[in-house]
Structures are given as structure tokens and as C-alpha cells.
Design a protein around this ligand. Structure first.
Ligand code: ZN
Length: 63
């Protein structure tokens, strides 16, 4: 019996594409933390005074 590997992925809050790597960011003043893919990060980050970086999320955890 084959083991089913559960791949943990999250969808990007902006484009809803799942990605292996997402960035936890805040883009609104007092807004919620959201997860965005690298592509969307490049769109929301520039000229955003409320941009805050909260870490990188990866589906594959390194030990
Ligand atoms: Zn995205």
C-alpha cells in the first residue's frame, strides 16, 4: 500500500494560487496578516507605507 504524501500548501491571498513559498505580510494599517506568493509580494510591496514583513512560510519544512 502506497503512502499518500500530504503536501501542505497555502493559497496566496491575492491570486489564490497555491505556492510552496509564501510570505506573511501586512499591507494595510492594522490589517490582518495575509500570505502572498512571491509574485504578488512584488506588486503589494512597492510604495506601501503599511507593508510589514512577518516571515516566510514554506510547505517543506527543513529540519
Ligand atoms: Zn499571489
Amino acid at each position: 500500500m502506497a503512502k499518500i504524501k500530504r503536501v501542505r500548501t497555502k493559497p496566496c491571498s491575492r491570486c489564490n494560487e497555491t505556492n510552496d513559498v509564501l510570505y506573511r505580510v501586512r499591507i494595510e494599517e492594522d490589517g490582518d496578516w495575509i500570505f502572498v506568493c512571491p509574485t504578488c509580494l512584488g506588486k503589494v510591496k512597492p510604495d506601501n507605507p503599511h507593508y510589514q514583513y512577518g516571515g516566510t512560510w514554506k510547505s517543506k519544512k527543513r529540519h
